[in-house]
Ligand binder design. Structure first.
Ligand code: CAA
Length: 258
């Protein structure tokens, strides 16, 4: 598959997708979103890949949905096309873990896209924000919902109502990002983390991802019940036998994904 607005690379057992529309600070136009979906489809189908890294440039992960493309749309255009739902949510459906490696601006749809990933590693120059209100609209790719779950109501409300940007250190303190990495090392570190995940048991990785995500969708008792059932099912895998045997025998496990 050839792409115009993203770069796609395979590094060992990790898929690396780089948003690549530098002149528009990776603004998320329809073509870019379509290519992102196709790249994720390819990576899901490639059995050699165990995890995916999604990144942008040092200046911008993505400066939001493409304002120039959206500006002239009518209510019927966006309603009938189910704008945002179609295409954008592909990343949330990915069964393999997707790590967002965010440097520079992650604004509007850029921040929302990063939050759709499983976790965010931030470069030390990262800036997160939901500035849609400053252009007469509001977050439309989950920002009011996901940001609130990550950083709490007060910060989310302030950011969505004022468009204030949050720098990397505040984002880490608030739980929006898992940690901060010097920007020059960001992609290499994200690929290293993805590699570590890809070396684990593939089915167990999927179960862990499913279970953590479930905590956002359900009550504590239902979530714990869901986790318990998945935990039990890991005992049906060869990888659980191998992992525990390797620990007892003081050697590295060799997971086969079975
Ligand atoms: N859409 C389209 N083009 C964009 C863009 C966007 N979201 N963000 C930046 N660009 C373009 C600029 O128009 C400019 O293009 P030209 O050179 O052709 O004029 C180019 O990228 C460089 O941008 P700037 O000159 O503005 O760069 P800067 O360093 O001075 O400022 C910035 C950077 C603060 C990120 C500024 O570009 C900006 O405020 N961008 C818009 C951010 C925004 O409002 N995002 C929310 C979009 S709405 C949304 O995302 C809805 C949703 O929830 C899905």
């Amino acid at each position: 598959m050839s792409y115009e607005q993203i770069l796609v690379e395979i590094r060992g057992n990790v898929g690396l997708i780089t948003l690549n529309r530098p002149k528009a600070l990776n603004a998320l136009c329809a073509q870019l979103i379509k290519e992102l979906g196709q790249a994720l489809d390819e990576m899901e189908a490639n059995a050699d890949i165990g995890a995916v890294v999604l990144t942008g440039s040092e200046k911008a992960f993505a400066a939001g949905a493409d304002i120039k493309e959206m500006a002239g749309k009518s209510y019927m255009d966006v309603y009938l096309a189910d704008f945002i739902t179609v295409g954008w949510e592909r990343v949330t459906k990915c069964r393999k873990p997707v790590i967002a490696a965010v440097a520079g601006f992650a604004l509007g749809g850029g921040c929302e896209l990063a939050m759709m990933c499983d976790f965010i590693l931030a470069g030390d120059n990262a800036k997160f924000g939901q500035p849609e209100i400053t252009i007469g609209t509001m977050p439309g790719a989950g920002g009011t919902q996901r940001l609130t779950r990550f950083v709490g109501k007060s910060k989310a409300m302030e950011m969505c109502l004022t468009g204030r940007q949050m720098a990397a250190d505040e984002a880490e303190r608030s739980g929006l990002v898992s940690r901060i990495v010097p920007v020059a090392d960001l992609v290499a570190e994200a690929v290293k983390v993805a590699q570590r995940i890809a070396d684990m048991s593939r089915p167990v990785v999927m179960m862990v991802k499913d279970s953590v995500n479930r905590s956002y969708e359900t009550t504590l008792s239902e979530g714990v019940h869901f986790e318990r059932r998945l935990f039990h099912s890991t005992f049906a895998t060869e990888d659980q036998k191998e992992g525990m045997a390797a620990f007892v025998e003081k050697r590295q496990p060799k997971f086969t994904g079975r």
